[in-house]
Design a protein around this ligand. Sequence first.
Ligand code: SF4
Length: 246
Amino acid sequence: MHLQLNEHFWSIQGEGAHAGRTAVFLRLQGCPVGCSWCDSKLTWYAGGERVAVEAIPEIVSVYPESELIVITGGEPLIYDLDPLLETLRRHFPQRSLHLETSGAFPYKGVERPNWTTLSPKYPVDFDVAPNVLLAASELKYVVDEHFTPEIVQRHEQELAALGRPLPPVCLMPEGCPPLAETVERTMQLLRRHPTWRFGPRLQYSHTAIAEGEGRNNQQVTSEDARAAAHRHRHEREASPREPARH
Ligand code: SF4
């Protein structure tokens, strides 16, 4: 089986409950959800490399040791991740496998990572896939002018119908770096919901972390993302070669 790999890098997990832990990131290509403030639009269109799942442990091994292997995107659940999860678990039994998803697509197989960060994109209207809700280790929401606590309550009700309590809730101020007004809005929400947590974005707070991040986690316009995909396609056609492994 092959996956379209947008990029990979070693860094510090910058977001969510595991912020600060060392991680090798595998960013998969492709996402049809279309959030306006997406900071990985460069995954939306053609790009990345087609990589055999069996070659991915070798890619991970190029980097320094890490506690985590984080599968992100794009939207990783557009793929059947069973082969990747099984392969990573076999090669790196000591590392924790984490996945970041919008929940717009279900898990297609039976394997689950050790940690699922579910980050529903409420400005786009879709129901979170029930098997992703069930697997969620944390719920992470981007706080912008559209975010309301009712969105969390809706997911809490959906979870209750599935027989599960609400996992930890993390509110992450929108912006790269977070905007002063969204930080203030997040603080106001936390005053009213004290068991929810403030979600950092360490990669936008510390230059040294940002420099270690991949090239495709950045704010660009949809047009720029489309132009980058066009350039990528053109370059590939101009110099056909075997799919790169890393
Ligand atoms: S779901 Fe994630 S990757 Fe997809 S558009 Fe939204 S923020 Fe970007």
